[in-house]
Ligand binder design. Structure first.
Ligand code: ADP
Ligand code: MG
Length: 457
């Protein structure tokens, strides 16, 4: 992936809106070659749609970064052949309507408590956020929410911001990503407006800082945030933080900040259970004004990655094709649009399983293979060992060797624990099925477009 494309994505997410971003922009695979930037999408239909609707925004985002390379869009076909199209130059994108804003930053209006599906993997965090909405600054201060990418952290904290603004319009709410906090700080430093910067943050009643893992290694920003945090905290104001990992796992984070983050409630969000995935699909479909039958929902749930973001992107693509082509929303349509999981015949390695499981639980690979007995590491590690045995068919000593050189009896014990859990508890069984499907159908299989996609375009 081209670094500049990654930076353009950050900008595009703001300009095209969250929903368009997940549906159309994020799945684009960008590479660079002698002819310029090559943007690959999964079907002819998507190519037309992106070209007609987002090309101008894509150009504008790249131009802002100083990249004026020629662009071309192609439909990927598993590398066998490609249909490509030279893109004509276009006019700049029209300005977008501004959403209703908190005092600092912004919140996505569609991210509400109503549109959030609650289940076993997020209920604790959901309740904590609700009680903050009832009485900010009273309990759970700060609240630190962590979990893997695309699992609903931003949705939940924006829902909090929206709810606070709705209930008490005079409440001053800041809802900003750690990255924007840093950019704003840099701007203020350059222009010598530090006093104004501090005042702006210190009058807030609630501050939500999204993606604090971004602060890693940013010393000056950490220092400033430390003071902002203290000022708010001491005045009894609410602080809510989100991160893709727990505080202790954020490297290059000053100890004093880490201990502040750990001083309140730490709540995690895990990937949704299969049941929740179906509920999310049905809720999101209803938001589109569409009904989704069980069979079609099952196909979509099966053919998208573990995060809600991927699940939602898959649904949006299927619904868009159904609406725009006036064809019924059926299991067949879903498989045509989303493509097939290719059966994987290659052996699956222990390393692949370790990678998948650690990504799934939002852990560092080194934590998964470490000897640490911390509670949040033990079960994911046992599950990984179990999958290495059952899916990768690795021997006990081989697995023991790849998990930091343990005794092989530890692995035998882990496998037994997970087997027991699986037979005793339906939720564990579902979780394991999801993980098994995940390790058996890695990204390379997901990326291949459906051979029959031409039918719908
Ligand atoms: P994160 O901030 O954890 O990376 P987001 O909050 O951006 O994830 O969520 C990604 C997408 O998934 C959003 O569109 C969000 O609405 C949706 N989403 C995540 N969890 C849920 C849920 N439990 N119910 C409904 N939608 C969800
Ligand atoms: Mg987020």
């Amino acid at each position: 992936m081209v670094a500049e494309w990654n930076r353009a994505l950050l900008r595009l997410r703001e300009t095209v809106g969250e929903r368009n971003f997940t549906t159309w922009i994020e799945p684009i695979h960008c590479t660079q070659d002698a002819m310029g930037l090559r943007l690959e999408v999964a079907s002819r239909f998507i190519l037309d749609w992106v070209t007609n609707n987002f090309l101008e925004s894509i150009r504008a985002a790249l131009a802002e970064l100083g990249n004026e390379s020629p662009l071309r869009m192609v439909v990927g076909n598993g590398g066998l052949s490609e249909m490509s199209r030279l893109l004509p130059p276009t006019r700049p994108a029209p300005p977008l309507a501004k959403p209703r804003k908190p005092q600092i930053g912004h919140s996505v209006p569609d991210y509400t408590f109503d549109s959030f599906v609650v289940g076993a993997t997020n209920v604790r965090t959901y309740r904590a956020i609700q009680s903050i909405a009832d009485a900010p600054g009273r309990r759970f201060n700060p609240l630190f929410v962590w979990g893997g990418v695309g699992l609903g952290k931003t949705h939940l904290v924006h829902a909090l911001a929206n709810e606070l603004l709705r209930r008490a319009r005079r409440l001053r709410v800041g809802c900003i990503s750690a990255e924007s906090f840093m950019n704003s700080l840099i701007g203020s430093l350059k222009q010598d407006h530090m006093a104004a910067f501090r005042d702006r943050f210190r009058v807030l009643d609630t501050l939500i800082l999204d993606d604090v893992q971004f602060l890693a290694g940013k010393e000056r920003t950490q220092e400033e945030f430390f003071h902002t945090f203290n000022a708010l905290y001491e005045a009894g104001k609410q602080v809510v933080l989100t991160s893709d990992k727990p505080p202790h796992a954020i490297s290059q984070l000053e100890q004093r900040l880490r201990s502040r983050f750990e001083g309140g409630l730490i709540a995690d969000i895990l990937p949704p259970t299969p049941e929740m995935r179906l509920a999310i699909l049905s809720k999101k479909a209803a938001l589109h004004g569409t009904q989704l039958d069980d069979e079609t929902a099952a196909v979509i749930a099966e053919r998208s990655g573990p995060s809600v973001r991927e699940l939602e992107g898959a649904l949006n693509r299927v619904v868009a094709v159904s609406e725009l082509e006036s064809v019924a929303l059926t299991p067949d349509l879903a498989s045509n649009v989303l493509g097939c999981f290719l059966p994987i015949h290659q052996a699956i390695s222990v390393e692949e399983i370790q990678k998948h499981v650690s990504a799934y639980f939002g852990l560092a690979l080194s934590d998964l293979t470490s000897h640490s007995r911390e509670r949040h590491l033990v079960l994911p590690r046992q599950i990984a060992m179990y999958l290495c045995r059952t899916v990768a068919d690795a021997s006990f000593p081989a697995i023991a060797g790849k998990f930091g050189g343990r005794d092989h009896s530890t692995v035998m014990h882990a496998v037994k624990v997970v087997e027991d859990k699986r037979t005793q508890d339906a939720a564990s069984d579902q979780l394991l099925k999801l993980l098994e499907r995940g390790v058996r159908s890695p990204a390379r299989a997901r990326k291949s477009p459906a051979p029959s996609v031409a039918k719908v375009s």
